[in-house]
Design a protein around this ligand. Structure first.
Ligand code: HT7
Ligand code: ZN
Length: 866
């Protein structure tokens, strides 16, 4: 296993500037002929060897400037690295012919077959599995591609850029050629060949260029592409209006495939999508799916500028494009839907997924220092914390300042492969500010903790805020202080804003901010909008929290106050559980929940989120030692007791938000109503009596959309019995049986259900005739959902851990990327109590000691055990 380090970056001696490819697709194998126009870099030695990446290729021939290279001139210096010895001309053409077998490629990296569709996935290092190439992002070349295939089975032939020619060939075959004028790194290459249906539309850019928009899928799914098309047009317009960024080619294609390791891929003008991130109809996709699809379509489109036009110099810089593009898609979604709701959802992801990663053995800075398998570093830290870091530039510099920085970034770097430092420099230079210290966000892992102490001097009318920051690095040392914005609001006793909101720039380990002329003691609203990815500590009682819940003008902090109240009660109950004492429900909490439930003036989506308990991952994060039994029992108790106290109100709110079954709407109001109604249903289901379970069953059987079906079925899956059996059978027969994506939902609901039969259920699902380990969506639905089933995945006897590890080892033989991702669910073992630690560790050791485990999965096991 070879570890690569950020500090070792060196430019190559030669660079490929033009790539010509010929794909000859046949039933059982594909021939790839490539012709690379290569140049020696100025100053590089004449006798420097030329190195090319190649993985799993059958090399048939190799020539330079038309002359076959004798085997003495080249050798595999590493398993996946071919070296051609020097001296070589200062410019030459290298031709190669390789054969690959896409039908046998189960890793889904390189050229592979998904159902009957040939497609490619090249990020991060998949292009080398297609042909020999300098497969690194700082090699940017123009591409010309010719695809030849059987016309009947592959009527659609696509690659990047514009189609330049097409026509028929002998033996029922045909061809198409493509030219992409924009130099790009190999990871953005794509080709598709298959029998696809499509929808077409156009977009007129603000400089009046007409862009052809095409979306492709298997024929039976074409009608589910319209939401994605609509989202794409919105994203194109938004990027013009917000960042002045226009689309640069005449065509933009999206292709949906069933088998995909991630959500989607931003290949230049030929985005390839996991069907789960593009197909939507009310019967098959939830409201959350609709929003996610809109966000991912936008994300991949936005990459055209942040990723493609300006790309990464090396893979350590991944957050340069991913953090920035996630930030951009978040801003887009905030503008398209509700800013507050979107912010709550995004912060929930950071807290429940990124904070645990930052607090475990996989912790890494947003710009990692080393990797063994790059695919393991497409993490919530690089993406989500990376986006929070970009958001901090936005908060520190303001909207206009951020835009100036973006403009300068494109002005300086369009068409090149750059670093996170280049981005930071553009932000600093465009605004004339010093962002030197800000680099620490790229250098140091770990979640900073900020403690706030406030003092108010009545006589002097002076408010002083003392902010102290600390952060433990994964190595156990203290991190250097970060530069971070803390947005603060000051509330008067009547709930109005006593002073205008401020952004405090915290840079020191301990820093005092003094504010003069404060007429009365304010209630502080700290870290509004979650202005920095930190854990805030500030002491306040439940009354003050209830005050903020009622009055804070920052919707995020209103929600946050409620979450704090919920967490306190649940944590207190978990402690009581552990001490063998009775659990209790805090009356102030019930009052606050009642007020929220009865406040019909609230936006219903926000009302629903205000009523939703913090998720278990989030709650576990603030436990010293995670005790899944105590935590889950305390969570269930708290939910059930709230439901018992407010049963009638919950039922009334549920009924008041029922929409007519015969007409489906997905406007913001209808989405809010469903969200609120289903939160109420969730509480009621916690009671588990016949009356409420009948309500759930009725909803499951009569639902006119997937949102309502999933909500009701989830409630019932956690309450095994007659109603649950009926609902799940209905779900399967009417919806899941013939639709892969709905089948995934059906599995996920059952795998996540906290019941005594959980492990037996997941094992049965694994043996279900429609389960296939070859499809990543199905694997994730079963394995990741089960790993989130806190009590039963973490059974103290280790059976859950063992079961999942058996599956991971099986999957690793086919798809290492997905297997490695699932193994991360065992990595945080040090956070658990002794028996669970021992059991998780034993499974990680088992993986480490298994012969033939992939480098992806091995890297996770090694890092977790380090
Ligand atoms: N940039 C894309 C990353 C991606 C990927 C990475 C590794 C293996 C498979 C992959 N598929 C897509 C997706 C994105 O962030 O936009
Ligand atoms: Zn991305």
């Amino acid at each position: 296993l070879k570890e690569k380090f950020r500090r070792d970056y060196t430019p190559t001696n030669y660079f490929v500037e033009q790539v010509n490819l010929l794909f000859q697709v046949f039933e059982d194998c594909t021939k790839v002929s490539s012709s690379l126009k290569v140049k020696r870099r100025d100053g590089a030695p004449e006798n420097a060897p030329f190195q090319l990446d190649g993985e799993g290729l059958t090399l048939q021939s190799l020539s330079i400037d038309g002359e076959t290279l004798p085997p003495s001139r080249y050798s595999w210096v590493e398993e996946d690295l071919l070296e051609i010895s020097g001296p070589l001309p200062s410019s030459f053409v290298l031709q190669s012919l390789v054969t690959t077998k896409p039908e046998e490629n189960t890793q889904l990296s390189g050229l592979y077959k998904s159902s009957s569709i040939y497609c490619t996935q090249c990020e991060a290092e998949g292009f080398r599995r297609i042909t020999l190439m300098q497969d690194r992002p700082d090699i940017m070349a123009t591409y010309e591609v010719r695809i030849e295939a059987d016309k009947e089975s592959c009527p659609v032939l696509l690659s990047n850029g514009n189609m330049t020619e097409n026509g028929d060939l002998e033996n029922g075959r045909h061809f198409a050629t493509y030219n992409d004028p924009f130099p790009k790194p190999s990871y953005l290459f794509a080709m598709v060949a298959g029998d696809l249906g499509f929808i077409r539309d156009t977009f007129v850019t603000r400089s009046e260029k007409v862009v052809a928009l095409n979306m492709y899928s298997e024929h039976n799914n074409v009608k589910k592409l319209y939401h994605a098309m609509d989202s794409l047009k919105k994203a194109m317009r938004w990027d013009e209006e917000t960042f002045g960024l226009e689309y640069d080619l005449d065509i933009f294609n999206v292709v949906a495939v069933n088998d995909f390791n991630m959500g989607a891929m931003e290949n230049k003008s030929l985005n390839i999508f996991n069907t789960s991130c593009v197909l939507a109809s009310p019967e098959t996709a939830t409201d959350a799916d609709y929003e996610r699809i809109q966000g991912i379509i936008a994300h991949e489109y936005f990459h055209n500028w942040t990723g493609n036009r300006v790309t990464c110099r090396d893979w350590f810089q991944l957050t340069l494009k991913e953090g920035l593009t996630v930030f951009r898609d978040q801003q887009f979604s905030m503008d398209m839907t509700s800013a507050a709701v979107k912010r709550i959802e995004d912060v929930n992801v950071v807290r429940s997924m990124q904070f645990p990663e930052d607090n475990g053995p996989m912790a890494h800075p947003i710009r990692p220092e080393s990797y063994i398998a790059m695919d393991n570093f497409y993490t919530v830290t690089v993406y989500r914390k990376g986006a929070e870091v970009i958001r901090m530039y936005h908060t520190l510099l303001g909207k206009e300042g951020f835009r100036k920085g973006m403009d300068l970034y494109f002005q300086r770097h369009d068409g090149s492969a750059v670093t996170c430092d280049d981005f930071r420099r553009a932000m600093a230079d465009a605004n004339g500010v010093d962002l030197t210290q800000f680099e620490r966000w790229y250098l140091q892992a770990g979640t900073p903790v900020v403690r706030c102490e406030a003092k108010y001097d009545v006589e002097a009318k002076r408010l002083s805020l003392l902010l102290k920051q600390s952060c433990r690095t994964p190595q156990g040392g203290d991190a250097l202080p970060f530069h971070m914005p803390i947005r603060v609001g000051f509330l008067a006793q009547d709930g109005s804003e006593l002073l205008p909101e401020r952004v405090l720039e915290l840079k020191e380990a301990s820093q005092e901010f003094v504010i003069e002329n404060v007429n009365s003691k304010p209630v502080l609203s700290l870290l509004r909008g979650f202005s920095a990815p930190i854990k805030l500590e500030y002491e306040r009682d439940d009354e003050e929290l209830a005050f903020l819940m009622a009055h804070d003008k920052d919707s995020f902090n209103r929600w946050e106050a409620g979450q704090l109240m919920f967490s306190r009660t649940i944590h207190a109950n978990a402690k009581a559980m552990q001490a063998g004492q009775a659990m209790q429900l805090n009356a102030k909490l019930v009052d606050a929940v009642r007020r929220t439930l009865l406040d019909t003036s609230l936006d219903k989506s926000l009302q629903a989120y205000a009523l939703t308990l913090p998720n278990l991952q989030n709650l576990a994060e603030s436990m010293e030692i995670v005790d899944p039994d105590a935590l889950v029992d305390a969570y269930k108790f708290t939910k059930k007791e709230i439901a018992r106290s407010l049963r009638d109100h919950l039922l009334k709110t549920y009924e008041a938000n029922l929409l007519p079954e015969d007409s489906f709407r997905n406007d913001a109001e209808a989405i809010g109503m469903r969200r609120l109604k289903n939160v109420c249903l969730g509480y009621l289901a916690a009671l588990g009596d016949k009356e409420v379970l009948d309500v759930c069953l009725k909803q499951a059987l009569t639902a006119n959309c997937m949102t309502d079906l999933v909500a009701a079925a989830s409630c019932l899956a956690a309450n095994p019995g007659e109603q649950s059996d009926k609902a799940l059978e209905h779900f399967y027969q009417q919806h899941a049986k013939d639709d892969n994506l709905v089948f995934c939902k059906w599995i996920a609901i059952q795998a996540a259900a906290c019941t005594d039969q959980a492990l037996e259920i997941v094992d049965k699902l694994f043996k279900h005739p429609s389960f296939t380990i070859k499809n990543p969506n199905i694997c994730r639905s079963l394995f990741i959902s089960f790993a989130g089933n806190m009590k039963h995945f973490h059974r103290a006897d280790g059976s859950g851990h063992r079961w999942l590890t058996d599956r991971i080892l099986e999957l690793d033989k086919l798809n290492p990327q997905t297997a490695a991702k699932i193994l991360t669910k065992l990595a945080g073992y040090k956070r658990f109590d002794a028996p669970r630690q021992a059991s998780m560790k034993a499974q990680l050791e088992r993986v480490r000691n298994t012969e033939g485990v992939s480098k992806d999965t091995m890297e996770i096991a090694i890092r977790a055990l380090a």
